[in-house]
Design a protein around this ligand. Structure first.
Ligand code: ATP
Ligand code: MG
Ligand code: MG
Ligand code: MG
Length: 470
């Protein structure tokens, strides 16, 4: 079997052999970009190269970029454990051309790698194009030999990428693999495209135009290429399994949590093991890149990820903190490709142990309260927002943990009520604050506290974040 480590290496080798500079993954915390929570695509470290603000000693590059999509614009957190293809942390394999080759060569490389080097059957592959992109449509026929029936024109922004209202933009193609008709889901563009039968493995972005104030104003003088392929998704395909969680790395992580909890990743417990494996990777890599659990900003996203995994460990019956004991398995699977994990291993273990020890002190009581509060509710029911707020405030349950806990029972949470309770508590804190007597400065203090403060981070909504759609 081709391991995930082999596939990553083979991707990098292929493009290096074809003249691309091999570039290390950037850290998950973006440099020079306070508007973006985490690096969420392979192109992020190259943004300034695409816009021309920065130059590099190469015009083509290849990388395997660490990505996290668990907050801000791209949030796949709620999908984890429930779809076959979404993670909070994943690796994006990408090749890039900065004004060097364009569409034809990009399609040629993608097709050659997946069908010739890796031997994927052409008749299981589908390509989408932006509905007006006749050039790409014709190239998929000419270069890849795809029949017209398997080149799908998509009129939505799924197939049109833009860095924001200003800057480069252009149509894209997504390559899908058909896992077979035994799996529910329709082809891209169909009403049931969200199923897991046709899985998007690779996204090719053709940066072709320049935008100003949201309108295309010209063709770019130097057209560029940005691609991104999910390593875990293509590994599933190459290893002949449907589900990312059945690939070698995930199997090893899940085997470790099965062993430690003496449970099997089957039936109702399957999602728990998957969430634990996924969140272990995200937690480990985030800590290795300098993020620590906190009550705000990036640290709060990490805390939410950790606590969600810790609730699932509790569900599996773990009597002691579990997550930190899985770190050696993570390091053994991924440490050779990412030496920062090896260096940070003691810190990752200590951080997870401390967080789980703390959280376990209130977890059981919080879950008991949650059970009582929902015992009367039947499927489709809603937990009052005030109760979700109490769980947050008294028991340290991030909002989405409560949501996740209720999901399996078909219950939801009253988000508006939760927000109202949060606002009320803030107002009371303000009223109770006697302060220095200087009203203006007290107001300023509260504004600052709220801006920077201890409340839940609700995401940045800037164009930067939005731009990274790939
Ligand atoms: P999807 O439509 O399946 O959510 P996407 O179009 O949002 O994927 P892109 O932004 O195009 O994804 O990212 C490029 C590639 O990265 C995708 O083709 C996919 O292989 C992979 N990818 C994206 N999001 C995830 C995720 N949450 N977990 C694992 N792989 C992902
Ligand atoms: Mg997505
Ligand atoms: Mg997509
Ligand atoms: Mg895509």
């Amino acid at each position: 079997m081709t391991s995930m480590n082999d596939i990553r290496r083979s991707f990098l080798d292929y493009f290096e052999k074809n003249g691309h500079a091999r570039v290390q993954s950037a850290p998950l915390v973006p440099h020079n970009d306070p508007t973006l929570m985490f690096v969420n695509a392979g192109m992020v470290p190259f943004k300034n190269v695409f816009t021309g603000l920065e130059t590099r000693p190469y015009s083509t590059a290849v990388s395997s970029q660490k990505c996290v999509r668990a907050g801000g614009k791209h949030n796949d957190l709620d999908n984890v454990g429930y779809t076959a293809r979404h993670h909070t942390f994943f690796e994006m394999l990408g090749n890039f051309s900065f004004g060097d080759y364009f569409k034809e060569q990009a399609i040629h490389h993608a097709w050659t790698l997946i069908t010739k080097e890796w031997g994927l059957p052409a008749d299981r592959l589908i390509a989408t194009v932006y509905h007006t992109d006749d050039e790409a449509f014709d190239l998929w026929k000419k270069v890849a030999g795809l029949p017209e029936s398997r080149i799908i024109r998509i009129p939505t922004k799924d197939n049109f990428w833009a860095m924001g209202d200003d800057g480069p933009c252009g149509p894209c193609s997504e390559i899908f693999f058909d896992h077979g008709d035994h799996i529910p889901g329709g082809p891209p563009g169909s009403p049931d495209e969200d199923g897991d039968r046709f899985v998007e493995i690779w996204n090719l972005v053709f940066m072709q135009f320049e935008q100003a104030a949201g309108e295309i104003v010209s063709e770019l003088p130097k057209k560029s290429i940005d691609t991104g392929m999910g390593l875990e998704r293509v590994a599933a395909v190459l290893q002949g399994v449907h589900d990312n969680y059945d690939t070698d790395t995930f199997k090893a992580l899940i085997a470790a949590s099965e062993e430690l909890t003496k449970t099997r990743a089957e039936g109702a417990q399957q999602a728990s093991h998957r969430v634990i494996a996924d969140h272990l990777r995200a937690s480990g890599f985030l800590v290795a890149d300098g993020v620590l659990p906190a009550n705000e900003g990036r640290g709060y996203v990490l805390r939410r990820i950790m606590r969600r995994a810790m609730r699932h460990a509790h569900l599996l019956g773990a009597k002691e903190p579990l997550m930190w004991r899985l770190v050696p398995e993570l390091v053994s699977e991924m440490g050779s490709a990412y030496p920062e994990l090896v260096r940070a291993q003691p810190l990752i273990e200590a951080t997870l142990l401390q967080e789980e020890t703390r959280f376990r002190q209130t977890l059981a009581n919080g879950l008991k309260l949650l059970d009582e509060a929902t015992s009367e509710l039947s499927e489709g029911g809603t937990l009052p927002g005030a109760m979700a707020f109490k769980l947050y405030d008294t028991f340290g349950f991030p909002y989405d943990l409560t949501e996740d806990a209720l999901r399996a029972r078909g219950l939801t949470v009253d988000r508006a009520g939760f927000d109202a309770s949060m606002a009320e508590q803030k107002a009371q804190a303000r009223a109770a604050w006697k302060g220095s007597g200087e009203k203006a400065s007290d107001e300023l203090w509260f504004d600052l506290a709220e801006e920077l403060g201890s409340t839940e981070f609700i995401g940045y909504s800037s164009h930067e974040g939005e731009g990274v759609v790939l």
